[in-house]
Design a protein around this ligand. Structure first.
Ligand code: DQA
Length: 169
């Protein structure tokens, strides 16, 4: 697919307790396990012609290390920070430091849940948030990320055409 995203690499991060998907509160989070979600995303990625990789951790430090390690290596991050959504300024700072496009996803619709889930400290660095579609939120997040990367590639193309390869006027 010649649309500017072919060589893009997308990192998908899932935070604490998401390794229990399928068994954990299925009436809220659905019956699909994280491995199946990843398999589905792999197929999405093949179809779109992009590279994709996955990371899940229950530890804030490990998530931050992974975000740091992705700098200069991936083109966008899709993240479900789990409960860290609501209080991890450290993950927020790490995401901001990457200067990458970020898509925040949640299986459940946070707006319909407890008061302590109403605030996401992560959203201010996200291009957008997808929340409430169960495992399908990851798929929608992927589609959104591909669209963002296409748009950025198109902007770079126009910049190169207008100002030359080195961005000179
Ligand atoms: C979640 C929502 C969070 O509030 C919760 O702590 C999670 C999952 C979601 O995907 O709906 O672990 O991020």
């Amino acid at each position: 697919m010649a649309n500017g995203v072919e060589k893009s690499r997308i990192l998908v991060i899932s935070g604490p307790n998401l390794n229990l998907l399928g068994r954990r509160e299925p009436h809220i989070y659905g019956v699909m396990g994280l491995e199946q979600i990843h398999e589905n995303l792999k197929r999405d990625a093949e179809r779109a012609g992009v590279e994709i990789e996955f990371f899940q951790s229950n530890s804030e430090g490990a998530i931050i290390d992974k975000i740091h390690e992705s700098i200069g290596r991936v083109h966008g991050i899709i993240i479900n920070p789990g409960a860290y959504t609501h209080y991890s300024i450290a993950i927020l700072d790490a995401l901001r430091a990457t200067q990458l496009p970020i898509v925040e996803v949640h299986l459940s619709n946070l707006a319909r849940r407890e008061d302590y889930r109403q605030k996401s400290v992560i959203s201010e660095v996200a291009v957008g948030v997808i929340s409430g579609f169960g495992p399908y939120s990851y798929h929608l997040g992927f589609l959104a990320m591909v669209q963002i990367l296409r748009e950025l590639a198109a902007q770079h193309r126009i910049q190169r055409q207008t100002f030359g390869a080195k961005g000179e006027q």
